[in-house]
Structure formats: C-alpha cells, structure tokens
Design a protein around this ligand. Structure first.
Ligand code: C5P
Length: 244
C-alpha cells in the first residue's frame, strides 16, 4: 500500500457536480473517496459510478443497522456497486455483521471482484460517557465499549472498525496488526480544527496505528486542495517511518 492509499477524502457535499469536481482535482493524490448519507441520499448510486469513472475508489459510509437479512442484502447491493469499503453498526450484533460479511463475499465471488472491506462503527464520537450510560443504557467507559465492540466485529469477520484517534492504540492492541483502523478527527497542525475536538495530526494517527485516515475540510476548504493533500500524504509517510 502506498502512503496516499491510506488517505480517505470525505466528500461532504450534496451535489454530483461538487463531488465530481473534487474527484477530478484530487484522484491521483487520494486513495479513497468517502460518500456519506448526505451525498448518497441526494444523488444515489450514480455518484459511486461517477467517482469510479473518475478514477476513484469509494467508501460508502452509510452505517447499516437493521436485522441481519436486511443488512446482508444491502451489503450485496453495495458490493454490486463495486465499492472498496462500506460500514455497518457493530451495535447490530455479531449475527448481523457475520451475515453481511458472508453475503458480501458471496456477491463479490459471483461477479468476480475483490471483496469490499466491511468496517464496523462502534460508539459514535458524538456520544459521551453520560449519554452512553444514561440514554443508550450501556454502562462503563466509552473506550471500554469501543474495544468490546471492535473485538466483536473482529470475531464476526469484519475487516476493521472506524474509531476516534483517542482509541486507536487500545484497539490496535486488542485486535492485532492486521485489523483495519479507519480514523477521522484528523487535523494537520496547519489546519483549522472546525468542530472537531479530540484530534490528532495525520502523522500522529498513523504512528498510533491508523490504517486509513479520513480527512475532509482540511483539504476541501483549503485555498489549494492539491497542496493540502500532498502535505497530508507527506505526513502519512512520516508517520509510517515512526512506526518502523
Ligand atoms: O471535515 P472533517 O475532516 O472534519 O470530516 C471528517 C469526516 O469524518 C466527516 O465525514 C465526518 O462525518 C466523519 N466522521 C467524523 N468523526 C467520526 C466519524 C465520522 O468526523 N467519529
């Protein structure tokens, strides 16, 4: 994997035109383009095809959470779209995750493509300990629950999890070196934090054990997005050297 393959650009826009402009500008500097519910619900699967046609791989960040059969069928559909990666909520349970992985593998074999990575969402970073304990009804620390769900995801056969920078080390330790850790909340030292609070630089996140980093506004809102992406890829390289 090249350093740039580890960079996932969040396409947090709601029109095809905006998405395509970013893909056209950045496809050679970015490994994967993340399509979330804003863009997908606005433009549908056609946006996935356009990104692919523009030379980009797609992370469908649609966070499936439903009964096992429904999630498995949705996973097949995403596989049919040829996405590189999609995600499901680990809170849906082991059976739901395992069926999603099985259906994804089956569909990929059927159409003769590489199996998309199936990634788990653990505790959303917007959920703090009080909310987790008092509203969601799960006791203990957020980090404990994150690690518990990451291990469950691994047991179910998922390829990795999404997590905040604060949890990378603990998950890496619990799940070993081959589990994919997809990490948002990334801010280079030279970028504005915006609404992100618990942040790490690209270099720190990679050095801590991130496999992929998810970056949006530090690139999309930069005066020169290509220069910003190049600087981030250079920081990823530095982080990889820190690991060695
Ligand atoms: O613009 P920015 O770099 O903050 O974008 C980060 C992306 O990662 C957004 O698409 C956001 O929804 C996503 N994300 C996040 N924190 C999480 C999970 C996802 O920022 N815990």
């Amino acid at each position: 994997m090249q350093p740039k393959d580890r960079l996932i650009l969040a396409l947090d826009v709601d029109t095809m035109a905006q998405a395509e402009a970013l893909v056209e500008k950045l496809h050679d500097l970015v490994g994967v383009f993340k399509v979330g519910m804003q863009l997908y619900n606005s433009e549908g699967p056609e946006v996935v095809r356009r990104i692919q046609a523009g030379g980009g791989k797609v992370f469908a960040d649609l966070k499936f959470h439903d009964i096992p059969n429904t999630v498995a069928q949705a996973g097949k559909v995403m596989t049919g779209h040829g996405v590189f990666m999609y995600n499901v909520h680990t809170a849906g349970g082991k059976k739901m995750m395992a069926e999603a992985v099985a259906a994804t593998g089956q569909k990929a074999a059927e159409i003769n493509i590489a199996k998309p990575l199936v990634i788990g969402v653990t505790v959303l970073t917007s959920i703090d300990r009080d909310t987790l304990n008092q509203e969601v009804g799960i006791q203990g620390l957020v980090e404990e629950q994150v690690v518990k769900w990451a291990k469950l995801a691994q047991e179910a056969g998922l390829d990795g999890v999404v997590a905040s920078p604060q949890e990378v080390k603990a998950i890496r330790q619990a799940c070993g070196k081959d589990f994919n850790l997809v990490i948002p909340g990334i801010r280079p030292a030279w970028a504005a934090a915006n609404d992100q609070k618990r942040i790490m630089t690209p270099r720190e996140a990679i050095a801590a054990g991130a496999t992929y980093i998810v970056v949006g506004r530090p690139i999309t809102h930069a005066p020169d997005p290509r220069e910003a992406a190049e600087k981030i890829v250079a920081e990823i390289e530095e982080g990889l050297r820190d690991v060695e």
